[in-house]
Write a protein that binds this ligand. Sequence first.
Ligand code: NAP
Length: 305
Amino acid sequence: MHDLIIIGAGPGGISAAIYAKRYNLDVLLIEKEMLFGGKVLYPHWIENFIGIPEGISGAELSDRLQKHAISFQVPFKHAQIVALEYSNNSFQVMLSNQETIKSKTVLLANGTTERLLNIPGEKEYKGKGVSYCATCDAPFFKNKTLAVIGGGDSALAEILYLTEFASRIHLIHRRKEFRGSEHLVNKLNQHPSLQQWLGYTAKEIHGNNDQIQSIFVENTQSNKTESIPVDGLFIFAGYEPDTSFLKLSVPKDEKGYILTNEEMETTVPGLYAAGDIRSKSFRQIITALSDGATAAHAIRNKLKS
Ligand code: NAP
């Protein structure tokens, strides 16, 4: 029986794990991916991690987070969780290999998964020109024409990276205003090679079965449609919470994010949530780190009482 099982080795989970070790808790960190970092692995460059003024790549920051957890000898298990239940006075964490691990408390820090557009051609051309990760795939598009969908921080930050490779980029956003930060919008507007399609939605992705060739867009006001020839398409349409493995009744907000109190505890005693999976107004690496530390502190107090 562990004191604490942490589900997810993104910034929220790693932060909680390090604090839990400092509190001498019997903690186990479970992650389904081979690498630590969660979504921190994806951004090509992070310029707002306080204390690193020169900036840092997502891969490098993830590596440092992992090394920090290792330096505290955080016990780690690489496994996929299929169910989380509560019975016989403990949480039961069930893994895909049929193993069940028990714990007095659980911290959900499993983040979110990328939102799909669910338009014709998206699934068919994933890996054939359609990508959700600029860091992973940008080098394949040297001197090519790209389209990027989205208007949040991810789209704006990653499109700036893509300009280092592509010769031409079309930015397609469904509204006239961006959701992302003003600082990135200003940088974006300094790139005349970018063609902005504001007030357009992507309707279909076309190709020759092996490779994407064009994207079909529609003006949200006039309903006028156009076909844009592209060699690749990067989709940054945000993320969605995945709580399908939860077999407990846990209150969530209207978008499916888990509701907690200020101590990161849900209405289920002993069940906590930290980072992007939690209902909150601002999803950032530093807010996830803060959630994790707060949760570990609250869990330590709960177990001591
Ligand atoms: P996001 O902020 O949710 O933005 C998603 C974008 O995709 C929005 O512009 C949205 O349009 C658009 N979108 C959603 N569904 C769509 C659909 N079906 N069709 C077309 N467009 C669609 O997601 P994000 O940019 O990935 O950012 C997620 C979180 O991470 C945010 O809190 C963000 O601040 C943070 N983040 C921070 C940094 C940084 O600080 N360096 C970098 C990356 C991400 P609408 O605007 O019309 O809703």
